[in-house]
Structures are given as structure tokens and as C-alpha cells.
Design a binder for this molecule. Structure first.
Ligand SMILES: Cc1cc2nc3c(=O)[nH]c(=O)nc-3n(C[C@H](O)[C@H](O)[C@H](O)COP(=O)(O)OP(=O)(O)OC[C@H]3O[C@@H](n4cnc5c(N)ncnc54)[C@H](O)[C@@H]3O)c2cc1C
Length: 392
């Protein structure tokens, strides 16, 4: 399949990532293959995932997206997109879900607001892959409209803050060494300067995981957090008091582009497997791929993937060239995540009943990609964002 042109150094990085995956990731995942098929979950691979991120940090992939000023690779968005796509195109669970590249559970541009001591305590162990974090914004009463969060942080007047409230749907909350928690510090000014971000260490009294949430995806189990009189010091505030959202949006374009790129990679893998199957599976004495109905599904998936890839690469390129990225990142995520849902559905159809069985793992991706249209901005919120940039 053809790909849009990319800079030479990005092509080299992609090739070395591909070799790394074949050499180190695939054999590990293969050794768990039977267990994954048997249990239908990712649980068996959790520990390997943590080891893999450390390994990725050692070889330099893990922090490629971070600026050189904090020890990262300074890779621009186009390069990030190409690498996330490559990682996802191998069809391996362990090459995704923040094992090789972080999205919300490792170092992020959000952490550029850290003070020097915070860089040492929080950012450094994220950069080395030694610690895991999570991003705790969503609550039962507040998802898309995050200004409605109710978790409250009250100042004690003596340099500490006391947090009370509940968060849910928090990715990696169970394994996180610390969480970045968003709480209301000025209820009168929620939308503009009333919400603050705090680092809260696992094990802080009153901070607990109260529920592991089972989902439609075999690979994702976010959690519910409860905060009961959780006391944190002022040195745990990220950025300025009241400006938590300002830190949060630093990471949003990158996260949206990375999710879009993963959607491209997953779609590519599903399409490749569907094409192979269509050529080899025989019905009525000929390969099923010689039927126009089957061809139509495969051609539609191919066409939609090619369109989405051109768009995602172009959006990344425009942000690299200075666009503020609100429209571009939203467009890329909207189009690519909607596309992969359709490609996954057709992949099952082309494989017939076999596609529905767990043994090929196709149905697992079908279920997993459904979440991509929900997190980091639902498709509706992305459309709303794009509409605003069109003057609506
Ligand atoms: C697998 C998974 C992992 C997640 N991980 C995290 C995490 O790590 N940290 C975190 O903080 N959150 C996380 N989330 C939460 C995610 O960000 C929210 O689910 C998302 O923001 C939507 O919020 P909601 O679920 O409350 O839906 P709601 O905001 O209640 O929306 C319900 C429906 O209404 C639509 N809607 C809402 N407002 C509008 C509007 N103005 N116009 C049109 N339609 C609208 C939505 O698009 C949706 O279809 C995760 C979610 C999932 C599914």
C-alpha cells in the first residue's frame, strides 16, 4: 500500500521501530498467545507491558515526542503519527496501549509545566519508564463538559490542599504511581481559571481505587477513584492554581493525532488480513475475493484508509508548520476513528463466522476500536470543535 512521502529520518525511525517490534515485541506476545486467546483479556500481558515501556525508554522510542529541553527526542507531529501508525499496524497488543509510546500514562507535554523539583520527582521517572501516571479528569457527572467536575480542592490556608470527590473511566488508574487530578479550586470561575491540576501519589491517605471498570474492550479496564480528605502540598500543584485546563490542552493535539494514527495502523492490519483471507478462502469453487460483494467491502476499506491517512499526515504537517491545531487534530481523529470502526466491521464480515470467533482476535479489535470515538473528545465534540473553526 502506498504511503504519503515522509522525511528520510522519519522513514529510518519507522524502519528501526518495525525491527524492534519484530525482534522484541512479537516473540514476547507470541509466548502469551494461547493465554490471551483462552482468557480473551490483556491481563496476562500487564507486567510485560510495564517491562516493554522501560525497554522502549532505553532504546529511545518512549520519549521521542518530548522536547529535547527535557531529554526527549523532539520529534515533530508528523513523525509521531508515522510511528504510532507503524506500531499499531503489526496487530500486536503489546505494540500498543502505551507499551512503546505513551499517550496519557507517561510523559506528556502537559508535564512541561512542572517546576524543577516536580521534573525530578514526577517527570524524570516517567521519561525513564520507571513510573506510570494517569490523567484523572472525567467524573460521573462530567465528561465532555469538564467544567462541571465536582471534585473539590480546598485550601487549608497553611500551604496544603484537601481533595474530595470521585473520578471514573481513568485509564491505567490501577497501576499508576501517581495521578494528575483535576479539581475545582474556585467554584465561581470553573470555566475560566477555577480548576487546578494536582499530582496525587498512590498511597496518599484517603486516595483509593474504588472500582475497576469492565468494558467492551478486552484490553481496557479504567478505574474509579475516590478522594476522601486527601491532603496534598502546594508543591503538588501543576502549573498555576486555577489554570489546570491550560496544562491539559498542551497535550490534546498530540493525543488526538496519536489516536488517529493508531486507528490508521489498526485498519491497515485488519485490511491486510482481510485481503489475505479473501484470496485464500474458497466458496462455490472460487476464492471469495472474486465476488464483487467481497471486493466492494475491501475496496471501500482501502479507499477510506487511504483518504484518512492522507488527511492525518496532512493535519500533522500543518500543525508542525504552525497551525494552532484545533481544527486539524479534531479532523484527523474524527475521520480516522470513524474509518477504523467501519474497516473492523467489514473485516469480520469478510471472514464470515470465523471473524466472529475469538481465535483470530479480529472481534477483539472490533470491540476495542469502538472506544476511540469516545475518549479524547467524542466524535460529536470534535464536530462541534470543527464547526467553531468554521465560524459556526
Ligand atoms: C476506554 C475509555 C478510557 C478513558 N480514559 C480516560 C482517562 O484516562 N481520563 C479521563 O479523564 N477520562 C477518560 N475517559 C473518559 C472520556 O474522556 C469520556 O468518556 C468522554 O469525554 C465523554 O464523556 P462522557 O462519557 O461523560 O459522555 P457525555 O459527555 O455525557 O456525552 C454523552 C453523549 O452526548 C454527546 N454530547 C455531549 N455534549 C455534546 C454537545 N455539546 N454536542 C453534541 N453532542 C454532545 C457525546 O458526544 C456523547 O455522545 C475514558 C473513556 C473511555 C471510554
Amino acid at each position: 500500500m502506498s504511503r504519503p512521502s515522509i522525511p528520510e529520518e522519519v522513514a529510518e525511525l519507522r524502519a528501526s521501530l518495525s525491527q524492534f517490534i519484530d525482534r522484541e515485541v512479537r516473540p514476547t506476545e507470541e509466548s502469551y498467545r494461547e493465554e490471551i486467546q483462552e482468557t480473551g483479556t490483556f491481563a496476562a500481558l500487564r507486567e510485560e507491558q510495564l517491562k516493554m515501556r522501560k525497554r522502549s525508554a532505553e532504546v529511545g522510542f518512549w520519549t521521542l515526542h518530548m522536547p529535547e529541553s527535557v531529554g526527549g527526542g523532539g520529534l515533530e507531529y508528523l513523525g509521531q503519527v508515522v510511528l504510532h501508525e507503524e506500531a499499531s499496524s503489526h496487530g500486536l497488543v503489546l505494540a500498543q496501549f502505551e507499551s512503546i509510546f505513551p499517550v496519557v500514562t507517561g510523559p506528556s507535554p502537559i508535564h512541561l509545566d512542572c517546576t524543577e523539583p516536580q521534573r525530578e520527582k514526577y517527570l524524570a521517572p516517567l521519561m525513564s519508564g520507571d513510573k506510570v501516571t494517569c490523567f484523572a479528569l472525567t467524573e460521573p457527572e462530567a465528561g465532555s463538559d469538564a467544567t462541571r467536575i465536582r471534585t473539590r480542592a480546598a485550601s487549608t490556608g497553611s500551604g496544603t490542599w484537601v481533595l474530595n470527590g470521585r473520578k471514573h473511566f481513568i485509564t491505567a488508574g490501577e497501576s499508576a504511581d501517581f495521578a494528575l487530578v483535576f479539581a475545582v479550586t474556585d467554584p465561581e470561575r470553573r470555566a475560566h481559571g477555577g480548576i487546578t491540576a494536582f499530582f496525587v501519589d498512590a498511597g496518599t491517605p484517603g486516595f483509593s481505587v474504588t472500582r475497576v471498570q469492565r468494558t467492551m474492550s478486552p484490553y481496557q479496564n479504567p478505574v474509579e477513584f475516590t478522594f476522601e480528605d486527601v491532603e496534598v502540598g502546594e508543591e503538588q500543584v501543576l502549573g498555576q492554581v486555577g489554570f489546570g485546563f491550560y496544562s491539559a490542552v498542551r497535550g490534546i493535539n498530540g493525543a488526538r493525532l496519536q489516536i488517529a494514527a493508531s486507528a490508521l495502523g489498526i485498519a491497515q492490519n485488519l485490511l491486510r488480513r482481510s485481503l489475505e483471507y479473501a484470496k485464500s478462502r474458497v466458496a462455490f469453487e472460487r476464492p471469495i475475493g472474486s465476488n464483487q460483494y467481497i471486493q466492494g467491502m475491501l475496496v471501500d476499506s482501502h479507499a477510506e484508509l487511504e483518504q484518512a491517512r492522507l488527511l492525518v499526515y496532512e493535519c500533522a504537517r500543518r500543525i508542525d508548520e504552525g497551525a494552532d491545531g484545533r481544527r486539524e487534530a479534531a479532523l484527523a481523529k474524527l475521520v480516522a476513528t470513524e474509518m477504523v470502526g467501519r474497516v473492523a466491521d467489514r473485516a469480520i464480515q469478510v471472514h464470515g463466522g470465523t471473524g466472529f470467533m475469538t481465535e483470530l482476535g479480529l472481534e477483539a479489535w472490533y470491540r476495542d476500536v469502538r472506544a476511540m470515538r469516545l475518549y479524547e473528545g467524542t466524535s460529536e465534540i470534535l464536530r462541534t470543535n470543527i464547526a467553531k473553526t468554521l465560524g459556526l
